[in-house]
Design a protein around this ligand. Structure first.
Ligand SMILES: [Cu+2]
Length: 182
């Protein structure tokens, strides 16, 4: 029964990315997933069933906007009223919550893991913190004047605390696109 649920959930996870030709106003990446426990391969993994129950949904879109990039996060089915932290991270999700690596940084802190507020801030990183609505939905959006370097932005991690740190409670692998000339 459990295996059946996991299989169905994994099948429901859809990844779609069009080519890089999308201009302003069109999503170049739209990734959707349904969280599963980190037992089976899936793009959406929950590490905390209380905050992000299996079956909760996530959608991440990216679009090129105003010469930079907008990333939008939407969730459904998470813990109502909870204040989640969220950021774009460097690597894909894994069974180990640490697999997603550190935050994507526009200006890269030479000291990693980075804890310096000069680098760990919502201008230099993509922060998508949100507080879940009473119905368990949530949304956040961030726009920057810069784009991602190729291959260095690969996931969105949800955290137990807002701001630049906190335990990792869920992770969603996203095929972010680099911005030409970024
Ligand atoms: Cu993070």
């Amino acid at each position: 029964m459990v295996a059946g649920i996991l299989t169905a959930a994994a099948a429901a996870a859809v990844l779609a990315a069009s080519g890089g030709a999308a201009g302003d106003g069109a999503d170049c990446v739209r990734a959707e997933g349904r969280f599963t426990p980190p037992k089976a391969p899936s793009p959406a993994l929950t590490y905390d069933r209380n905050l992000v129950p299996p079956g909760a949904r996530i959608q991440v879109t990216q679009r090129h906007e105003k010469g930079g990039t907008r990333v939008t996060l939407r969730v459904r089915g998470v813990k109502p009223g909870f204040a989640f932290g969220a950021h774009v991270h460097q690597k894909p999700c894994g069974v180990d919550p640490a697999a997603a690596g550190g935050h994507y940084q526009h200006r890269q802190d030479p000291v990693q893991p980075s804890e310096n507020p000069a680098y760990v801030n919502p201008d230099n990183e993509v922060w998508l913190d949100f507080t879940a609505q009473p119905d368990g939905s949530g949304k956040a959006s961030a726009v920057h004047s810069w784009g991602f370097r190729p291959g260095e932005a690969a996931s969105v991690v949800l955290h137990r605390e807002q701001g630049g740190a906190g335990d990792r409670v869920a992770c969603f692998t996203v095929p972010f696109e680099p911005r030409a000339g970024s």
